[in-house]
Design a binder for this molecule. Sequence first.
Ligand SMILES: O=C(O)CCC(=O)CC(=O)O
Length: 263
Amino acid sequence: MSFVRINGTLLHYRLVGPEGAPALVFVNSLGTDARIWDEVIAALSETHSCLSYDKRGHGLSDAPDGDYALDDHLDDLAGVLDHAGIERAVLVGVSVGGLISEGFALRHPERVAGLVLCCTAPRMGDTAMWTARIETARSRGLEPMVDAVMERWFSPGFRAKRPVELAGWRNLFLRTDPQGYANTCATLRDTDLTTAIAGITAPALIVAGSADLAAPVDLVRSGLAIPGARLEVIEGVGHIPSIEQPGILVGLIQNFLKEVGHG
Ligand SMILES: O=C(O)CCC(=O)CC(=O)O
């Protein structure tokens, strides 16, 4: 576990794998932290230097007050990469982490060797939906929404067959700072990269889960506006494939890394 302060905000990150190996950077989703990548990183860190971090408002990172702009997340990510000595990487982002990855590829094209965009889209939800969620989180915390969130995150099969793990991930969500959660919902409320992603020059693999209720396959398809991007759909999986089917996700990432010549 390592920590760094970027522009006053403390961020928690982990860097594992062979020193000097091609880098992979993992960006987590709303209401989760870097632990969602553990099984994927266990496999990929044999060959790659893997950096994961808790984005602001989540995990062991600070949760500063006020709405977070996409630019705040991009500054954080650039700061963590600079601190870790990573010049260029393939970014693997899920949901809002995918949006952050797209934004980073637009701002720093020279630093992005490729994008793996899981269960995400350049515009997720709408203003009314995020405004309502922000209001709930700020006034009543995360408890009122936990059951609905678990249904969006995990397929019916996962929820039925893996109740103990489900209980653990439920705890992760409930222990997220409600203000950090709400402030990150503001990023989703205010970010629309629908037009901008046509300007991404990095190669992109887009991954969807057929049972994802937070980012349904048809929404995820909108990411194909990235030139040359291709889509893979993991059958029967919900919003967080790194938890439900880490082995399948690892295989997809490994094929993509070969295609783009990144280790
Ligand atoms: O997961 C994200 O980063 C945002 C999408 C979302 O709303 C997830 C959820 O269902 O809570």
